[in-house]
Design a protein around this ligand. Structure first.
Ligand code: FMN
Length: 585
């Protein structure tokens, strides 16, 4: 066999293995995906990873009215309206606050648990965050790799990197660019959800990417996924391959890196060695030889063990992680648009509407819906428009947050409309890439109507499929959860599944879940801004969802469900401020 056909055969084998994982972890009406079946409370994983022996640098706890002030929620979606902030400790603090920090503590009787800016399946929070920082005047942090500790709102210094070497690594990016990385502790989700947990960890990565993109937008910063980097390189840079630092502790699976950069040179902050005018494109990869050299430096800390014992180890998760590991790097670049680099009319604080910070802080999952609140068709259409990536544009000219995503969409929405004033209840499809209409149509029952929804804004590819009351059906296929039927609308996220994996490779499996999580994150915030509330739904019966519209093959698969409506508060719970345990510096 030639080397090429050998690697093609290996890829086909990995695709088969990841599809096998997907099929085996489906929930069926008569059988859920394998899990322990009960909660082993004695070994509940610690939601907070720490690296013992590292220096913890506290990030300042900022009140909403301290600098940097948050722009309005509306402004973050209007390119060029948010004042670009310099990279310093306070802005980095805001970035982490809005991306991954604690947002509240909830208390019921003796138990207390923290919520965060990013949601997580079962509130188990498998996602860990890192930053690679260059030398920046006024930042007060040495160049290196830092792990974010959400409970302390601090950065643990994992590695010291020579300033010149980090500068070399980041030389092709605009000045003051830094890297943000995400990893997952699969065990945290597997403890409760067993074999399906790899899916949930990846949903959570998508949510975290979305939360970070929005956080960056509040500071006038840009961001893109560096998806040309091979996963071994991500692991090397984030130190997750350092077995000596993990020992008996639960490993972290390196997921992805993104690059974040200020959209314009910031007054008062000296630019680096390069002139940003020369930067016309953003590479989506890193020089692995430099990463290797950086990884050879001084490292600090040993990971804490999160559970004393692991009742069962779910091998299938390791197999899925291995099959979908991105082994190759790819040297692609994206043009740096003038639009993305120019905050021409900065409006740091406009008086209209809630601030982005307020919406981010108040984001919560609804635990129940009132089965009566309806939303207007205008509000519904607005939400649908928000998740349209405008794929016909170059990546960095797409609307936030879709400028972070270096791909055309693979996810479309199958919507159960229950209570939208002016819209007939029933089933609808939002095609996030209109070029894919006939493909999706062919996978479904040919008798579906596929007419443009009445009064739909021009250019929004929202199709009406079937009229009817789908409240019971939506709840039934969502593991009998009433939240899917008591809301204003709920939906399944349909991925172009098998073809994507076979064409692009098995590493696309996690990416489809990231795309779904990113989309969910935006709608969590949109729901808050509209005065309603959302909840992600990871538990649904896979094939019964497909059967509703006659999907019979793996060409299209629903990967994540979501619901939005009028919430019912659980008044038994007490809410405490996020950092009441940390005295203000
Ligand atoms: C990927 C994902 C799947 C979820 N699945 C469900 C679900 O099936 N049912 C549910 O009631 N909540 C679900 N949630 C909501 C979580 O329970 C919630 O995010 C978590 O408890 C944290 O609360 P918060 O979102 O208010 O911060 C899901 C959230 C995510 C991110």
């Amino acid at each position: 066999m030639s080397p090429k056909s050998f690697s093609q055969a290996a890829q086909a084998d990995s695709v088969d293995r990841i599809i096998d994982y997907h099929v085996k972890t489906k929930h069926h009406f008569n059988r859920y995906a394998r899990s322990l079946g009960y909660l082993d409370w004695a070994n509940q994983p610690d939601p907070f990873r720490r690296f013992e022996g590292t220096q913890l640098i506290s990030l300042p706890l900022l009140s909403p009215d301290e600098e940097p002030l948050s722009p309005t929620y509306q402004a973050i979606y209007e390119r060029g309206t948010v004042l670009c902030q310099p990279l310093q400790l306070t802005t980095l603090s805001r970035f982490f606050e809005f991306a991954l920090a604690l947002s509240a503590w909830k208390k019921a009787g003796e138990s207390e648990w923290a919520l965060r800016s990013n949601p997580s399946s079962g509130n188990l929070h498998p996602t860990e965050g890192y930053v690679v920082l260059p030398q920046v005047d006024g930042l007060e942090l040495n160049p290196g790799l830092y792990h974010y500790a959400p409970k302390e709102h601090g950065l643990e210094r994992r590695a010291e990197f020579p300033a010149e070497l980090v500068a070399q690594l980041l030389v092709s990016f605009p000045s003051h660019a830094f890297l943000f990385g995400l990893t997952s502790v699969h065990w945290r989700e597997a403890w409760k959800y067993g074999e399906r947990a790899f899916r949930y960890c990846n949903h959570d990565v998508g949510h975290a990417i979305g939360a970070a993109r929005v956080a960056a937008a509040t500071l006038g910063w840009n961001m893109t996924l560096l998806d040309g980097v091979a996963q071994n390189t991500v692991a090397m840079l984030l130190g997750t391959d350092r077995k000596q630092d993990f020992g008996e502790a639960e490993p972290e699976h390196s997921d992805c890196l993104v690059v974040v950069w200020p959209t314009q040179a910031v007054k008062g902050q000296k630019l680096g060695v390069k002139d940003d005018i020369d930067i016309k494109e953003i590479p989506l990869a890193l020089e692995s030889a430099i990463v290797k050299e950086l990884a050879g430096g001084a490292w600090y800390g040993k990971a804490n063990r999160l559970s004393d014992e692991h009742g069962v180890h779910w091998e299938i998760i390791d197999e899925a992680a291995e099959a979908s590991w991105k082994t190759e790097s790819c040297r692609s670049t994206v043009p740096l648009s003038l639009l993305s680099n120019n905050a021409s009319h900065p409006v740091p604080f406009t008086p209209h509407g809630p601030s982005a910070g307020q919406i981010i802080r108040q984001r919560r999952s609804a635990v129940a819906f009132d089965a009566k609140t309806s939303i207007s068709a205008a509000m519904f259409f607005h939400m649908m428009q928000r998740v349209m990536p405008q794929a016909e544009r170059p990546q960095l000219e797409r609307p936030m947050p879709w400028d972070v995503w270096p791909y055309d969409p693979t996810i479309h929405l199958l919507i159960f409309v229950h209570r939208v004033d002016g819209l007939t209840p029933g089933l609808y499809v939002l095609m996030r890439d209109r070029r894919r209409v006939s493909f999706i149509q062919q996978t479904m029952n040919p008798e579906l109507s596929w007419t443009i929804a009445p009064d739909c804004p021009d250019g929004l590819p929202l199709y009406w499929l079937l009229e009817g009351d789908a409240k019971k059906l939506a709840a039934q296929v969502s593991c009998h959860q009433d939240i899917a039927g008591d809301s204003a609308f709920s939906f399944g996220m349909l991925a172009e599944f098998e073809g994507t994996l076979r064409d692009r490779g098995p590493w696309w499996y996690p990416r489809m879940f990231w795309e779904a999580g990113l989309l969910g994150q935006i709608l969590y915030l949109e729901a808050e801004a509209a005065g309603v509330r959302a909840t992600g739904i990871g538990c649904f019966f896979d094939d019964p969802v497909h059967e509703i519209v006659g999907i019979q093959s793996l060409a299209v698969q629903s990967l994540y469900h979501f619901t939005i409506g009028g919430p019912v508060e659980d008044r038994r719970l007490q809410t405490l401020p996020p950092y009441h345990h940390r005295s203000r510096a």
